[in-house]
Write a protein of this length. Structure first.
Length: 385
């Protein structure tokens, strides 16, 4: 397959007009200039690395809590229209029985269905129940508990070692839980937490380098009692997830975060839930009833935000306009940084010869024209010419 007449956003340069060739599931050449070989004529569209969403619960009427192969499959197919090629299915706080049941089906999905012309899963992201009651957000407080290694071991087994990220509150453990995550190649992510700056610093020394939805559900920027927010801004090695939907974080704060952290310190996420792509109305987010109005979802009867309904490409466009970043920086926040965090950068997360053909084609307004998942067309508005 050849994609030609395109602006190509590579790791070290942007090719103003070029073409690339895909064989099997990998990029085999990247070239400046034109070619007469048949392929997709992109008419000066932009090719970027496929987007990677490490924190998404669902959308289009599907979510993790349905816990069925059919639901996982439909979501993987639908989400490709957002330019997503890789993602982590995120599980909200639930009972032991609920999470075990979900992960038991999930391991079957990962073994037998995570393939073909659709976005591909990297693994599961457990967002709870090991979080703080103080910053529980849209999680059922009655199901929260302190980080529990034995319980996590059970879930790792149920998932057949397919848990990739765990969000947790480090103030609820003595460091042993953090150590366990690091030793088992699971990305520890501080979130829904009331941790102090000093405690975050201790965990960073241990190897923690990721924070769940920066600014939301965490200890704030207090000049006398600094918490997680200033710690994330302080430590260059820490990547903060950022929901750039314009609801979770004000656009001026998004721009300020970019100025302080730089593009290398941010990973865009949607934190999207079942109601993404659906009409306004009442829905469920895990065990909790929620109400969707426009781009905002809240727990019914409250003003507590409960996930988002933003698409990934919407968040990408917002970040680009809020910060005036370059296309190469946009590739960092949407693909490269999280690929490095999850240890898959040698395979995906940038455009380079030998890497998987995980690509998104965007028009001049950064709207998705085509998504290629490991060389297969997962979504397209284009015709082969």
């Amino acid at each position: 397959m050849i994609l030609k007449n395109a602006k190509i956003v590579c790791e070290d340069e942007v090719i103003a007009n070029g073409w690339l060739e895909i064989k099997d599931n990998k990029i085999i050449s990247i070239n400046a200039g034109s070619t007469v070989e048949p392929g997709y004529d992109l008419q000066e569209a932009i090719i970027m690395p496929g987007f990677i969403d490490c924190h998404v619960h669902g959308g289009y009427g599907e979510d993790t809590e349905k816990g069925t192969i059919a639901s996982f499959q439909k979501f993987a197919q639908e989400v490709a229209q957002e330019g997503i090629t890789k993602y982590c299915q995120t599980i909200i706080t639930g009972s032991d029985e609920t999470i075990t049941a979900i992960l038991t089906v999930y391991q079957d999905y990962m073994a037998n269905y995570n393939k073909g012309p659709q976005a591909r899963q990297i693994g599961a992201h457990l967002e709870g129940p090991f979080i703080s009651k103080t910053f529980k957000g849209a999680h059922d407080e009655t199901l929260l508990q302190a980080p529990n290694i034995d319980l996590l071991k059970k879930w790792i087994t149920a998932s057949n070692d397919n848990i990739r990220i765990v969000t947790y509150a480090p103030e609820e453990e003595d460091g042993s839980f953090t150590k366990f995550l690091l030793e088992h190649n699971i990305l520890p992510s501080i979130g829904h937490s009331n941790a102090t700056f000093d405690l975050v610093a201790e965990r960073v020394k241990m190897g923690v380098k990721h924070v769940t939805h920066l600014y939301n559900a965490m200890s704030k920027y207090d000049h006398r009692h600094p918490g997680i927010v200033p710690a994330v801004l302080n430590f260059n090695e820490v990547v903060g997830e950022l929901i750039s939907d314009g609801v979770h974080v004000n656009e001026k704060i998004i721009n300020l975060t970019y100025k302080i952290k730089g593009a290398s310190g941010i990973a865009l996420i949607t934190d999207a839930m079942l109601a993404k792509g659906l009409p306004d109305g009442e829905y469920q987010f895990g065990p909790l009833p929620v109400v969707k109005t426009g781009q905002k979802v809240v727990i019914k009867g409250t003003d507590t935000i409960a996930g988002s309904v933003a698409t990934y490409d919407y968040c990408v466009r917002n970040f680009y306009h809020f910060t005036n970043c370059s296309l190469q920086e946009l590739a960092l926040v949407a693909s490269t940084n999280i690929a490095k965090q999850l240890g898959i950068f040698e395979k995906t997360g940038s455009i380079a010869v030998g890497k998987l053909a995980d690509l998104v084609v965007l028009d001049s307004e950064l709207k998705v024209l085509m998504t290629l998942s490991e060389g297969e067309v997962a979504y397209s508005q284009l015709e082969l010419k």
